[in-house]
Write a protein that binds this ligand. Structure first.
Ligand SMILES: Nc1ncnc2c1ncn2[C@@H]1O[C@H](COP(=O)(O)OP(=O)(O)OP(=O)(O)O)[C@@H](O)[C@H]1O
Ligand SMILES: [Mg+2]
Length: 252
């Protein structure tokens, strides 16, 4: 059996008396779409913030490709190949779509490298930015300001900015938030396409989308893992139904 790409062991994050993430142990396998679901305030975003290095855990461990990254800062985590998108839109709205991806591509370079901006550096960043734009389906919007494109396209562009860092593992915090059906369908198509050569950790409230695309689901309630399993197992779990989905069959 393959080794996990990312592992958390007894991961814990407290904000004073609030225990946002408690004793969370999960294996994320390479090539899978692993969804994290749970009610509002369950600790999903906090967990992603720990994985991305945006937050330092109170206790526990995070291993990526067998390397301990528990206390690695966010730029180091990004350089190691973990990309993330945010729950709230996080773009440079006055910049063009290409420039946004360019910034993403540049952020992956170490700061000393960034200082010596030679031709090689420039070409590599340019190529990465174009590749990311192409992957997220926005090449035709490259010269348009990010603030003027549709909400769905903005979420696509955010995925593009993340792809410009050339990550192997994508952390996606509610990529379908606030979208209409057609826009959501575009993003789902994009995520499926990306899953062919990336590992995805996906937080999402849209249960139809989650159950359609995830290989594995982890249900988090009150900062703790309630259950991990296939969509079929989670769908049929009495524990999950009772604790999170609130009983009615049609809830999932
Ligand atoms: N920086 C912070 N300081 C204090 N408390 C926080 C902080 N960030 C999160 N929390 C608290 O931690 C708990 C988990 O929050 P988190 O944002 O991780 O939940 P979530 O599962 O992502 O919720 P949602 O589905 O609404 O996005 C909540 O009680 C929240 O108020
Ligand atoms: Mg959240």
């Amino acid at each position: 059996m393959a080794e996990p790409l990312l592992q958390t062991c007894a991961l814990t994050k407290s904000f004073g008396a609030i225990h946002a993430v408690q004793n969370v142990t999960i294996d994320f396998m390479p090539g899978e779409i692993h969804a994290i679901i749970g009610p509002n305030g369950a600790g999903k975003t906090t967990l992603i913030n720990l994985l991305s290095g945006d937050l330092e855990p109170t206790a526990g461990e995070i291993m990526f490709r067998g390397v301990d990254i528990t206390r690695s800062p966010v730029d180091r985590v990004s350089q190691m190949g973990i990309g993330r998108s945010y729950q709230k839109t996080n773009l440079f709205t006055d910049f063009t779509c290409l420039e946004n991806c360019w910034l993403g591509a540049q952020s992956r370079l170490s700061s000393s490298f960034r200082f010596f901006r030679n031709a090689l550096d420039y070409d590599e960043v340019r190529e990465r930015a174009f590749r990311a734009l192409e992957l997220c389906g926005l090449t035709h919007r490259r010269h348009v300001a990010a603030g003027t494109i549709s909400h769905g396209e903005q979420r696509q562009l955010e995925i593009g900015m993340m792809l410009a860092t050339e990550p192997g593992l994508l952390l996606l915090d509610e990529p379908l938030a606030g979208m209409g059906t057609n826009e959501a369908a575009e993003i789902i198509k994009l995520l499926k396409m990306l899953s062919k050569d990336h590992t995805l950790i996906l937080i999402e409230h849209d249960m139809d989308a989650v159950f359609a695309i995830a290989d594995v689901l982890t249900v988090i309630v009150n900062g703790r893992v309630l259950e991990t399993g296939t969509p079929h197992e989670i769908h049929n779990s009495a524990t999950v139904r009772e604790a999170y989905l609130g009983a009615p069959e049609e809830a999932i």
